[in-house]
Design a protein around this ligand. Sequence first.
Ligand code: GDP
Ligand code: MG
Length: 465
Amino acid sequence: MANKIPEPTRSKKERAILIGIEIFGQHSFMTSEESIDELSLLADTAGLEVVGESSQSLSKPHPDTFIGSGKVEEIRLMASEMNADVIVFDNELSPRHQRELEERFKDDVRVIDRTALILDIFAQHANTREGILQVELAQYEYRLPRLTRAWTHLARQAGGGGGRAGSVGGVGLRGPGETQLEVDRREIRKKISNLKIEIEKIRSHRQRYRAQRKRSQIPTVALVGYTNAGKSTLLNSLSNANVFVANQLFATLDPTTRRVRLPEGHFCLITDTVGFIQKLPTQLVAAFRATLEEITEADLLLHIVDIDHPESHAQWESVNATLSELKANNIPVLTVFNKIDKLTNPDIIMEVKATYPDSNSISALKGIGIDSLLLSIERELFFNFIPVAVNIPYQHGNILSLFHDQGKIEEIEHQKDGVVIYGSIPARYLSLYEPFFIMETKGGEKPPKDDEENLISNEIDADEG
Ligand code: GDP
Ligand code: MG
């Protein structure tokens, strides 16, 4: 049944068959083979034992069963032969596809998709209260449209115990004239809205803390990058933090922050984040916003790229796509190529350096290139000033005083609706000042004084469009 995402604690490994379906003409970062390799690692991380694989190319999904009837039969036979418990589709299945497929496979074989698998891994790795609530919310939202009568019945039999992120238990009393299904749906909607309220409370508390951090002026650096790129390993070697490092996807879910001393004596906070992955559905990105908010609040991003991975470029693009989805594109980024110790051809490092002169090449594991990376971080955070022209309304006194404290003012003019400043600010504050940039207006007014300033405003302008 659709709900039975494997529980975090189980005695014997569940046996899984992986199915990769390539839909003709559908854009993807990876070939279906690479994607299914990744699915296999995901399944492994979730604690499943992969006992078989099958793939197919289709011109379009079948309206009922996603795959054609011949393929359904083939998988059914394979499942009974291999004694499989669960069929995992690499593609996102609609609730209807999932139901119809389970109907066809019978024999207690469950059908789940990539999203359900990722949700399960999130559930297993959430540690903070916030993380656990986020997973619970995402699970309910995933399950709501998949709710059927048989489904809830079994869900209650299975009991709400085991999983930390919980299953759908505790269904309330039936109202007059309501079917059980309606009651269940109503209960879940209520749970969803309560969860949202609670998460919002925790989030606003965190935000207050972050504002304090900004005021105390220890800048934050967020490690971003495709999952398994080496983010946690890097945080370990930077700070000797004991962050869990594992050759698994999403081994770390909750943000971990460490204080790091930079070579010239400044300090910064470095935060590890959840790994990015292709096909991470938008609703999941939204559900994990609070975790990912660490990224949007950061002063600098270190984008860690596994240089030795055959798909490193596709992974890079996929991370960038998620970053723009999070509206984090105004935060300065340092690109860090990791795992150079694995390269058999050292010329690649030279090539990469020539193509991306501002990048760093390191081995987080062997501690190569760490000192120069720390210098780059310090330079970016403390010595890189960007010229701006802003108009700050009087009610934003904190933004104004930050400019006085940290920026360099060339010209300042108190006007009736705010303070107009020409000057420069540390690059890490760019996103803070971005809402107050003076842009070129159609009316012909052209505030920035020289070409350099003009260029910045225009660049931001173009990014926004
Ligand atoms: P994360 O998902 O980005 O946090 O990645 P992890 O830090 O958990 O690392 C994933 C795997 O890559 C682990 O097996 C690490 O030991 C390995 N790894 C990380 N950095 C390096 C490196 O510089 N060189 C090598 N050879 N392996 C690395
Ligand atoms: Mg990690």
